[in-house]
Ligand binder design. Structure first.
Ligand SMILES: *[C@@H]1O[C@H](CO)[C@@H](O)[C@H](O)[C@H]1NC(C)=O
Ligand SMILES: *[C@@H]1O[C@H](CO)[C@@H](O)[C@H](O)[C@H]1NC(C)=O
Ligand SMILES: *[C@@H]1O[C@H](CO)[C@@H](O)[C@H](O)[C@H]1NC(C)=O
Ligand SMILES: *[C@@H]1O[C@H](CO)[C@@H](O)[C@H](O)[C@H]1NC(C)=O
Ligand SMILES: *[C@@H]1O[C@H](CO)[C@@H](O)[C@H](O)[C@H]1NC(C)=O
Length: 416
């Protein structure tokens, strides 16, 4: 039976369990550290630093050369309308349709600071101001339990523009980080905590490790807001750009579209047939209704064939949703209006913002995708626990007291 049909059946039978499990009493939380925690951020959840040595720039006022690295993502000053073009040109990737790989924009060197530590995933802006707080609340809570930064709570930031097919180096470092953290903490198995796309990275990683290694090093995988079958929102990002409501900065979607389109990670997270039906219309315009079988035509009609190549490069990475082979605590919000389909008039296609049809979800990821983890309940011997947190929005889940309680309970549990 197709995954998406199987999923529809499972959801009706296992929903309520999640709601009860959230009801954990504080007294059940252990004060001591039993298991170290590694945080894996989502799309946009790592700081990026750039150093420039360009021969040309898009505007006269854009820097061409810098003597050192500077914060590229996320630096709120670079989001001002006039300098946005400079930012887009520095942040975009350039796709090579022969080698099927991406590289940085010419003359731009990019690095991801703070690997192993948590500072660069706690705050996205190095000034550590609240609008860009990410894992900070959760880390503060762990510190109050006795956790220590970069020892028992660690971070695995990465270049979120790319999909796992171009991240061999990251996965090697990630594996070493897990083994090192295990050793540093008296050989206690590690709890992996992913948010959003970080869960897809973690799933891909676990799918490629031997079972014996996972049994030795991994205590549990706590997934927060995993887009297991993609998110419909990515289609609008490809067609018309997305103004990143996430940081409530007003951006012209068309100005940022070149950068957003250039990320293979966006193509990777298009809706998949693991949770969507091939009959669901995702994008419509006069003359055509696009389903997930029509991605090639979608990109042809957008006159953006690189998008189709990037889709082909990435769609097999996690499409089957193979079980991770470790204990899973799948946590997500529901009850938030979430973009599910987009409809364009002839005049709107594709450069104006379409009319949006909404579904249930967490505001970013549609419910059917968030619930994709339920498919593992019968496919792996390790337990898959499911927790639904009513009305918890995709980003807000990171600060949600119930979500943090689940992490503390899993990490503080006595299981060796
Ligand atoms: C900058 O790039 C030019 C070539 O475009 C190269 O000759 C020069 O050595 C580079 N400078 C630095 C500091 O990397
Ligand atoms: C590949 O890219 C080159 C350079 O951008 C372009 O001229 C060519 O048409 C592309 N090939 C295909 C098959 O899209
Ligand atoms: C974290 O600790 C490791 C090993 O002790 C060290 O090499 C690394 O520089 C530290 N990272 C940060 C961001 O502090
Ligand atoms: C390390 O683990 C061993 C057994 O697993 C335990 O006896 C010992 O107390 C632990 N040491 C620390 C410092 O937690
Ligand atoms: C697209 O779907 C709508 C209803 O969902 C239908 O009315 C319309 O005729 C379809 N358009 C095409 C071109 O198939």
């Amino acid at each position: 039976m197709a995954n998406w049909r199987l999923l529809a059946r499972r959801i009706t039978s296992s929903f309520i369990i999640g709601l009860c499990l959230v009801n954990l009493s504080d007294s059940s939380l252990s004060k001591s550290i039993k298991h170290p925690v590694i945080l894996i951020p989502g799309d946009g959840g790592s700081q990026l630093e750039a150093k420039l040595n360009k021969t040309k720039s898009v505007h006269i006022f854009c820097s061409q050369k810098t003597s050192d690295y500077f914060a590229l993502w996320l630096n709120l000053e670079l989001m001002e309308p006039y300098v946005l073009d400079c930012f887009v040109d520095n942040m975009r990737l350039v796709y090579d349709n022969v080698t099927r790989t991406t590289k940085n924009s010419p003359g731009v060197d990019i690095r991801i600071p703070g690997f192993g530590g948590t500072k660069t995933v706690e705050w996205l802006d190095s000034s550590e101001i609240s609008p860009t707080s990410y894992f900070s609340v959760m880390v503060q809570d762990l510190l109050s339990m006795g956790y220590v930064r970069n020892q028992s709570v660690r971070g695995a930031p990465y270049d979120f523009r790319k999909a796992p097919n171009e991240q061999a180096d990251f996965f090697l470092k990630f594996k070493q980080l897990i083994e090192e953290t295990f050793t540093m903490n008296n050989n206690s198995r590690v709890v992996l905590v992913g948010h959003s796309m970080g869960n897809m990275y973690t799933l891909y990683f676990l799918n490629h490790q031997p079972q014996q290694w996972k049994d030795k090093y991994i205590r549990s995988f706590v997934s927060l807001a995993g887009p297991w079958g993609g998110a419909a929102k990515t289609l609008r990002l490809m067609s018309s750009g997305d103004s990143l409501g996430f940081y409530s900065i007003i951006l012209n979607p068309l100005e940022i579209r070149p950068q957003q389109r250039s990320m293979p990670s966006t193509a990777w997270l298009l809706p998949t047939d693991s949770v969507w039906s091939p009959d669901d219309v995702l994008v419509s315009r006069p003359g055509y209704n696009y389903t997930l079988k029509d991605y090639k035509k979608f990109f042809q009609d957008l006159n953006f064939m690189d998008g189709w190549y990037m889709r082909q490069d990435t769609e097999g990475l996690t499409r089957k949703l193979s079980p991770p082979g470790v204990e899973v605590h799948c946590v997500h919000g529901l009850g938030v209006k979430t973009p599910a389909a987009f409809s364009f008039t002839e005049k709107q296609w594709p450069d104006s913002q379409p009319t949006v049809t909404y579904s249930n979800g967490d505001g970013t990821v549609n419910s059917r995708s968030l619930e994709g983890c339920l498919l593992w309940q019968e496919r792996q011997p390790q337990s898959v626990y499911h927790y639904v947190i009513p009305n918890a929005e995709h980003m807000q889940l990171l600060y949600n007291a119930d979500a943090i309680k689940i992490i503390k309970k899993v990490a503080g549990s006595d299981t060796p």
